[in-house]
Design a protein around this ligand. Structure first.
Ligand code: ZN
Length: 563
């Protein structure tokens, strides 16, 4: 961890550095969302705050780095300029946690590699373990819409076998408030265990009775998704009251790659929620970590300065990249439970993959802080950039980041993207796409376009299930396409639940199939089979394999045997 990286700390407040976006409003800021708070966020770590005149200056710790070489550290074969084989760990090896290190709450075992694709197990506290590649369904407010905890549970009871889900800190902080999650969880835990409340932990696991892993985002993503309501300063992000305007709507925008599963903000609110009105929320790095410590997620994300990938403003990207490093230091300093919860850093830097470019600078900054980082995420993508730009950033980050820590690609959930990015070396994914598209009546399937639009009249008389052999509650429950079509047309909520169940089941089949193929070192064949299923060629009435897919797989050393 870097300390004293900055010059004179400015005083805490909104009067120093907040002119980059929107007008400054003087108002009472609500830092923590619950009035019943028994403790509060740490104060701003002012030593990391710098004057605005230095926002675009190369951070001091990067000034000695040789940017004429590509940034990378702890790489093994098959990556370039490496001679050592990656140490592999047998699959049933027990985890070893080492207090006060990045292995205090996470042990990462790589079992097999196939080309650059990896099959690993991420061991988390309390026996939770995540086999990768993995897709994490998004449970924005402590539940995955229309699924019960039992349905998503990883167990032998016929659940969907999800080992880890994602929660959104911003939404949980707004409602019900993370102090309530912390305290109610503690009370439930104490009640069931007979333990002292203060000693029992609590948190979202107990709150939603979920035994698997939980990853929470930092809340930072909402600075893009709710941009019109967010003001970004050196100190943090101030969100306007999102309930004053119905800021999200399903109708006019493609939300497929987002990772907070909220249809409309007013969905959150009912008439009794007076306590939600007239609030602004300041989310500083210290607040984000405070909330995530309250939630008790196994993996927390650092608050980063996220800029929409299609923004055409290089200075803004530069400011955001350097700020992401300073905010990471503040997150690390504020983290009160490093021996129980893992804090991942998020690579930013826009689409600049050039030698010495912004992505390289962010990576170099993380290399300097590697001793404090148990895992890494690739952020700032899936925001409307071209697929050509997208895969090149993923490729660069996978080539740079150390092989002995997990890599998480944020907000990505199209099956094709998972297949390609795992070939490049990504381990973890999340996206609202499978659950949100289910609510529109779209089922994910093998082959063809990969989707089945069950509201379409062609299914009116189709008595097959969505996908033969699928064990989801729709397919195994005998719900025909025809029945689902009728339920969907009538807006029956059962249809939404069944479709969601199927789509998460599909994603779990996909990642398990990828993992099995990597374990048996046949990922290249898996990719070829997937591409043959989904791209039958224009001459056959289907689609050709997109050029970006070919280019990305070429970079991953995966040969396609189809034209
Ligand atoms: Zn199914």
């Amino acid at each position: 961890m870097i300390s004293n990286e900055t010059t004179n700390g400015s005083k805490r407040g909104h009067d120093d550095s907040n002119n980059e976006h929107k007008n400054t409003k003087k108002a009472t800021i609500v830092q923590n969302s619950s009035s019943s708070s028994s403790s509060s966020s740490p104060p701003t770590a002012t030593q990391y705050i710098i004057p605005s005149s230095q926002y675009t200056s190369l951070p001091p710790e990067l000034q000695s780095i040789n940017f004429t070489n590509r940034i990378s550290w702890r790489k093994f074969k098959p990556y370039p300029n490496t001679t050592h084989n990656l140490p592999l760990t047998p699959i049933h090896t027990q985890p070893t946690f080492i207090q006060n290190t990045t292995k205090a709450a996470l042990d990462f075992h790589i079992h097999a590699i196939s080309k650059r694709a990896r099959a690993t197990t991420i061991h988390l506290p309390k026996g939770r373990k995540v086999p990768t590649p993995i897709f994490m369904p998004v449970g924005t407010k402590g539940s995955i819409k229309s699924l019960t905890t039992e349905e998503i549970m990883e167990d032998e009871l016929g659940g969907l076998n999800c080992p880890i889900i994602l929660g959104n800190t911003y939404h949980l902080a707004l409602q019900p408030g993370t102090e309530l999650i912390r305290d109610v969880g503690s009370m439930i835990s104490a009640h069931s265990n007979g333990n002292d409340v203060s000693a029992s932990g609590g948190g979202l696991h107990e709150f939603m009775n979920w035994k698997g892993g939980i990853l929470t985002d930092s809340g930072g993503f909402q600075m893009v998704s709710l941009l019109k309501l967010a003001e970004i300063t050196e100190e943090g992000v101030t969100f306007e009251n999102p309930f004053e305007n119905n800021v999200k709507s399903d109708d006019n925008k493609d939300y497929s790659n987002e990772h907070d599963d909220v249809d409309t903000m007013n969905d959150n609110k009912n008439d009794n929620d007076d306590y939600l009105s007239s609030k602004r929320m300041l989310l500083r790095p210290e607040d984000s970590i405070y909330h995530q410590n309250n939630i008790g997620s196994d993996i927390m994300m650092a608050l980063d300065d996220v800029v929409s990938s299609v923004t055409d403003d290089n200075e803004r990207f530069t400011i955001a990249t350097y700020r992401t490093l300073r905010w990471l230091d503040r997150c690390i300093a504020a983290h009160s439970k490093p021996n129980e919860q893992n804090l991942f850093a998020i690579v930013q830097g826009g689409l600049d993959v050039s030698l010495g470019g912004l992505r390289e600078k962010c990576l170099a900054g993380f290399m300097k802080r590697d001793d404090s980082i148990p895992g890494y995420a690739i952020g700032g993508l899936a925001g409307g950039e071209s697929k050509d730009d997208f895969w090149k950033v993923v490729d660069q980050c996978c080539k740079a980041l150390p092989d002995d820590k997990p890599r998480y690609l944020m907000g990505v959930g199209y099956p094709l993207d998972l297949v390609v990015c795992s070939a490049l070396g990504v381990d973890m994914y999340d996206c609202v796409y499978p659950t949100r598209t289910a609510r529109f009546g779209v089922a994910l399937v093998r082959g063809g376009s990969g989707t089945m639009r069950l509201k379409s009249n062609e299914f009116y008389n189709d008595h097959r299930v969505i996908m033969e052999g699928c064990k989801c509650q729709a397919c195994a429950g005998g719900f025909s396409r025809s029945k689902l079509h009728i339920l969907l047309k009538r807006g029956n909520p059962l249809a939404t639940a069944l479709m969601t169940n199927h789509n998460i089941a599909y994603m779990m089949y996909l990642v398990r199939g990828m993992r099995d193929a990597i374990m048996e070192d046949r990922y290249e064949k898996f990719v070829n089979d997937f591409m043959k299923d989904h791209f039958t060629g224009k001459e056959n009435g289907g689609e050709d394999i997109p050029q970006w897919v070919r280019d990305a797989l070429d970079a991953a050393d995966i040969k396609l045997d189809i034209q």
